[in-house]
Ligand binder design. Structure first.
Ligand SMILES: [Zn+2]
Length: 115
């Protein structure tokens, strides 16, 4: 299942794609999402505002990445909490923002696919 998620595949059939663009990892353009799967016609956006819940997933991804960046950053500085680590956390979060937005929607679709 994780393999289908990271390759942008439909949760129902595994053949169609959720996003129109091929590069979903490092793409700062506006995400272009399909209304439904081109193979099985599984509807991705169940109702208007369906993806508001994906903000919680995006928040969790961002917090996880910030903590990991902090833990890696502490290896490079002598004090336990060096303020320069905050700059690195900000850089990492900005660079991963498009990935988080797309991946949080994919995770949200996979979580609620039975509804
Ligand atoms: Zn499908």
């Amino acid at each position: 299942m994780i393999n289908k998620m990271i390759t942008n595949k439909c949760p129902n059939c595994g053949k169609g794609t959720i996003y129109k663009e091929r590069n979903i990892y490092f793409n700062f353009r506006k995400p272009r999402m399909k209304k439904e799967c081109e193979h099985c016609h599984f509807v991705f956006e169940k109702e208007p505002g369906f993806f508001f819940g994906a903000m919680y997933i995006s928040y969790a991804l961002g917090i996880t990445q910030a903590i990991l960046t902090f833990l890696v950053g502490t290896l490079f500085y002598e004090t336990l909490f060096d303020m320069r680590i905050l700059i690195w956390i900000a850089i990492v979060l900005v660079l991963l923002s498009s990935f988080n937005m797309r991946m949080s929607r994919i995770i949200w679709i996979y979580m609620l696919r039975g509804i």
